[in-house]
Design a protein around this ligand. Structure first.
Ligand SMILES: NC(=O)C1=CN([C@@H]2O[C@H](COP(=O)(O)OP(=O)(O)OC[C@H]3O[C@@H](n4cnc5c(N)ncnc54)[C@H](O)[C@@H]3O)[C@@H](O)[C@H]2O)C=CC1
Ligand SMILES: O=C(CO)COP(=O)(O)O
Length: 343
């Protein structure tokens, strides 16, 4: 059911000139993106790895498992047949969690271009890999983009207003993505800063874990504002060292996503942080049905920090709480007691 304040959903109009897209991964976010494009009349093939999941979505015309209640428009075609999904796709949106992504892509037919909707990072063979790099390695396709921003899937699927940024070094691809997903409830900007957009989306999950810890410990709004601000500074410092542009992190995929994720009760990363300080175990969080990407991103960043000596104090504190069982209040005093310096 539509939220009373939802913007007018566009009437499904057939646009035969628009080629289909494939969405790989029928979780909450893949499904929300599929809804956005298909509600504009663009044929969307939503690929699920499990045949029974695809079949259930075909019969129920919704994704009961990951996004219940959002009914599928006629142009949304759930399928477990990757050949069918990718046959005529102008591009494939990748919405599979970072773990298992490489193996998943290696087993599928190729698309002419890929758009990462994944907010994660991998560390392998002493290298930190952004998701577009993992996609490139797995598919050998060079036309790559990322779509990122403050986009909680449940809100996007209810056609509540939201905005995102489509990043690609190929301006035509960024515009293609912009055109496919733009609509009355979803405004898409473009940028060429693929590195910045991917890093902003991935690293904010670590700060969201910390924000959840602040909530769980009842440390207050001043503490959370300080964490978000200093967390953003940490993201910017790291991002610039990786070749990103500072301005990108002040945009939707940096500050914007941090605000949404660090505050929203819908964010799985924020609530994972809250649950951890209230005694939930890492095993429990990993066993949950829905992915908590920050848990893996913080591990990858820690490995990178160990290998290179990057300066990531908040990230390291989160790592120690999540993986070493450190006391979050001790980690906080360690952060508060760091050497005094100018802002
Ligand atoms: N949920 C959200 O609000 C948003 C999520 N994202 C990002 O999108 C990505 C996907 O997230 P969600 O759709 O929310 O996750 P989800 O947990 O709702 O669904 C994950 C989907 O991937 C499948 N899957 C799980 N492990 C797999 C594997 N090893 N190989 C192939 N498929 C696998 C699951 O069956 C499920 O269909 C994540 O990187 C997340 O950070 C980005 C923006 C918003
Ligand atoms: O990336 C998101 C919102 O932009 C979703 O955050 P969670 O994965 O924490 O739910």
């Amino acid at each position: 059911m539509l939220h009373p304040t939802a913007l007018t959903k566009p009437k499904a109009r057939a646009q035969p000139s628009q080629d289909p897209i494939a969405v790989l991964g029928a979780g909450a976010w893949g499904t929300a993106l599929a809804l956005l494009a298909s509600s504009k009349g663009i044929p969307v093939y939503l690929w699920a790895r499990r045949a029974e999941h695809a079949q259930a979505m075909q019969e129920e015309r919704q994704n009961q498992e990951y996004l219940p209640g959002a009914l599928f428009p006629e142009h949304l075609h759930p399928t477990a047949d990757a050949e069918e999904a990718l046959a005529r796709a102008q591009f494939a949106v990748v919405a599979v969690p970072s773990r298992g992504l490489r193996e998943t892509l290696q087993g599928l037919p190729k698309a002419p271009a890929y758009v990462s909707a994944v907010k994660g990072l991998l560390f392998a063979e002493n290298h930190l890999l952004r998701i577009s790099q993992v996609i490139q390695e797995a598919t050998r396709v060079d036309r790559l983009a990322a779509l990122s921003g403050p986009n909680l899937a449940e809100e996007v699927a209810r056609f509540l207003p939201a905005a995102a940024v489509a990043a690609s070094r190929d301006p035509a691809l960024a515009q293609q993505v912009q055109q496919v997903f733009s609509g009355p409830s979803f405004r898409v900007y473009t940028t060429h800063d693929l590195v910045g957009v991917e890093l902003g989306g991935a690293l904010k999950n670590v700060i969201a874990l910390a924000a959840g810890m602040v909530d769980g410990l009842g440390l207050g709004d001043n503490a959370k504002a300080a964490l978000i601000t200093r967390g953003l500074r940490e993201i910017i410092r790291f991002g610039i060292a990786q070749g990103a542009q500072e301005a990108t992190f002040m945009g939707l995929s940096g500050l914007g996503d941090l605000i949404a994720t660090a505050h929203s009760p819908l964010s799985r990363n924020r609530s994972a942080g809250e649950q951890l300080v209230r005694g939930r175990t890492l095993d429990h969080l990993e066993a949950q049905k829905s992915v908590v990407e920050g848990i893996y991103t913080v591990k990858a960043l820690h490995a990178w920090d160990q290998a290179t000596g990057a300066d990531l104090p908040i990230t390291e504190a989160v790592y120690r709480v999540v993986y070493l069982g450190a006391d979050p209040l001790e980690e906080l005093s360690r952060l508060m007691g760091r050497e005094a310096k100018p802002e």
